[in-house]
Design a protein around this ligand. Structure first.
Ligand code: F6R
Length: 264
């Protein structure tokens, strides 16, 4: 794992956008795993700007989102399908048929989850999976005690997650209590993980995820098991990390970060 600390949320989002753009240019048929949430809004705005201003091409890209609420139709403004259309898909040249989210409206949720895993496998697996970390320590909606080998399935949300996300609903009581999510095992099979965490409210959970013991109590700690994982954070989120000087040294000195140092 590499942890890269950038001064601000804007710098961190810009670096994440540039890494995604670089992966897409290297492989136009990239299978890209996506996340929703507040953290990703600026990143998606930057990708939209790169498409508009630099011709970043999504025409062959296929996407798989981590999760979706159970019981919200795609037309509901709080569904993750709506979020993705609104923040990214309708602003870029992606074929809507190449965009996938778990089907939280399926009559048979178990079958929908199995089908989702099959679709990922048929696409050849996810090349690059974008992740945020929730205050409950989750990646996707893998709440505490999610098995480290879990697959796409339905999950009850914790009170912390409900408190965090219900504020985004016009009527907070309407937030679903359950969601479909890729499992920790599904996420660990992605070829590369790109984790973006910003803001002081995430500092404590980030430190536990990155430098603490691997535990199903903090599903984000499972990223330590992944052989190709980059964690990009801003100074506010990095506040509680113990090895900050080492992480800074890596970004300032390792050749692979050279192109990102000069013009971030
Ligand atoms: C959303 C997802 C979640 C979020 C996490 C952080 O698709 O997978 O794990 O990344 O809850 O959300 P924000 O960015 O709103 O703090």
């Amino acid at each position: 794992m590499q942890v890269i600390i950038r001064p601000t949320r804007e710098d961190a989002s810009r670096l994440a956008a540039r890494l995604i753009a670089k992966a897409l240019r290297a492989k136009p048929s990239l299978v890209l795993g996506l996340a929703t949430g507040r953290t990703m809004e600026r990143l998606y705005a930057l990708l939209v700007a790169m498409h508009r201003d630099e011709g970043l091409d999504f025409s062959l890209c296929r996407t798989f989102n981590l999760d979706e609420y159970i019981g919200l139709p795609p037309t509901h403004e709080n569904s993750y399908r709506y979020y993705m259309n609104d923040h990214l898909f309708r602003h870029i040249n992606i074929d809507p048929r190449n965009t996938h989210l778990p089907d939280g409206m399926a009559a048979d949720l178990g079958a929908a989850c199995r089908r989702y895993e099959e679709e990922i496998a048929e696409a050849g697996g996810i090349d690059l999976q974008l992740l945020g970390i929730g205050r409950a320590g989750h990646i996707g909606f893998n709440e505490p005690l999610s098995a480290l080998r879990s697959r796409t399935r339905d999950k009850s949300l914790t009170p912390v997650t409900i408190a965090e996300n219900s504020t985004l609903f016009k009527d907070p009581t309407m937030m679903p209590r359950r969601a479909l999510t890729m499992g920790v095992g599904t996420i660990l099979e992605c070829k590369r993980l790109l984790v973006l965490v910003t803001g002081e409210s995430k500092a404590a959970v980030l430190a536990r995820a990155v430098e603490g013991p691997i535990t199903s109590m903090i599903s984000a700690s499972a990223i330590q098991l992944h052989p190709n994982c980059t964690v990009i954070v801003d100074e506010d989120a990095a506040k509680d990390l113990q090895e900050k000087d080492y992480y800074r040294w890596i970004f300032e000195n390792e050749p692979e970060w050279g192109e990102f140092r000069e013009s971030n």
